[in-house]
Design a binder for this molecule. Structure first.
Ligand SMILES: *Cc1c(COP(=O)(O)O)cnc(C)c1O
Length: 360
């Protein structure tokens, strides 16, 4: 849907070179031919929507984003279905969350039609970059930054740039269970803070803990609040007690994952008792040691549904089940991937097809 977008001519990457790049791309380091940019100013609102070559942005070194961190983003994927169609997964849910993040960061609202229209325009133009390999996808990164050149910090910026870029993504960890670190010194987000907004600043503050966790042989950090589990740094957490599927209730230090929401619906549809209730760290350990807690998994766009096999903490660690991927985790993953890739029916209307005629 290029309507409203000025389309600049871009020389596409030759097919053979593209195939080579897509085959060896380390995640997030190879990008498609195009990007979308849309500008906002207090006087004009959203204007100057463009589909253009993926290229460096020209910004003033005084642009507010560099100094005061006004930045929000989204993460989602385009999939190629078994039938060859290109689809987005729940793009209106991302649009809604982007609007909520913008509101929390005092940034202008990107209307859902503009947000989804930008994604459609980019994916249609770069359709050839959507991998046909199972488990692979085209990762989409919409973001907004404050571009007004001023060091003055007396009000939110009066100029912004909304951008969408895309990067082919290979298979995530897949079935390899993660080891996670229970972080008891640092926090990711504070009550009343920006934890429920998807903003870059939340990530910057977690790098140190993430590095220390990696030094302990862990893949991810578990963020806690008052001795209860909030989430991982980039995904939400689920706990399986035999048949029951549990995740902590949303609060202002948890990012409301769209995968989390989808898993809650799928688990209920598969007949699992489903609950959103707090999970204390002490209960987590006790339930795992007693064998009542049978599986733990993470949910998020980047790594989909990934089992957690072991937990480490300053005072020792414990294993979940036999440390391998559990039945419920595996089943939910198959269901979700099946819907995303069109091999299972989509009674929820989650899959959004990119029309062929949109191709530039
Ligand atoms: C993006 C994100 C998630 C996962 O959200 P999805 O919509 O499922 O991809 C979870 N936690 C944090 C902190 C995030 O930024």
């Amino acid at each position: 849907m290029s309507a409203g977008f000025t389309v600049e001519r871009v020389e596409p990457t030759p097919a053979r070179e593209r195939a080579r790049l897509m085959a060896d791309a380390p995640f997030g380091e190879v990008f498609t031919d195009h990007m979308v940019t849309v500008r906002w100013s207090a006087g004009q609102g959203w204007h100057d929507a463009r589909l253009r070559a993926h290229a460096p942005l020209v910004l003033s070194p005084a642009a507010q984003v560099f100094h005061y961190g006004q930045e929000i983003f989204e993460g989602m994927k385009a999939y190629r279905t078994a039938g060859g169609a290109v689809v987005l997964f729940r793009p209106y849910a991302n649009a809604e969350r982007f609007a909520a993040s913008a509101s929390r960061m005092a940034m202008p609202d990107v209307p859902a039609e503009l947000f989804v229209g930008a994604l459609e325009t980019l994916v249609a133009a770069d359709r050839e970059w959507v991998p046909a390999v199972e488990g692979h996808s085209l990762y989409l990164r919409p973001f907004m930054i404050a571009t007004q050149p001023t060091l003055g910090f007396y009000r939110p910026a009066q100029e912004y740039l909304f951008v969408v870029i895309a990067a082919p993504a290979g298979a995530y960890f897949g079935d390899r269970p993660m080891t996670v670190w229970l972080e008891t010194e640092y926090t990711r987000a504070a009550p009343g803070g920006t934890g429920a907004a998807k903003c870059g600043g939340n990530y910057a503050g977690t790098l140190l803990a993430q590095r220390r966790a990696a030094d302990q042989g862990c893949d991810q950090v578990v963020w806690l609040r008052d001795g209860h589990v909030d989430e991982l740094g980039t995904s939400n957490l689920f706990f399986v007690y035999g048949d029951e599927v549990v995740t902590p209730p949303l609060n202002d230090t948890i990012l409301a994952g769209i995968t989390r929401d989808s898993v809650l619906a799928l688990a209920a549809a598969l007949g699992h008792p489903v609950a959103e209730r707090p999970v204390g760290v002490a209960q987590w350990r006790a339930a795992a040691e007693q064998g009542r807690l049978t599986e733990v998994f993470s949910s998020g766009t980047s790594s989909m549904i990934t089992p957690v096999g072991a937990v480490r903490a300053a005072d020792g660690g414990f294993t979940i089940g036999d440390g391998g991927p559990g039945k419920v985790t595996t089943r939910l993953r198959e269901e979700l991937l099946g819907i995303q890739t069109g091999v299972r029916p989509d009674p929820y209307g989650w899959v959004h097809t990119i029309a062929e005629e949109d191709s530039a």
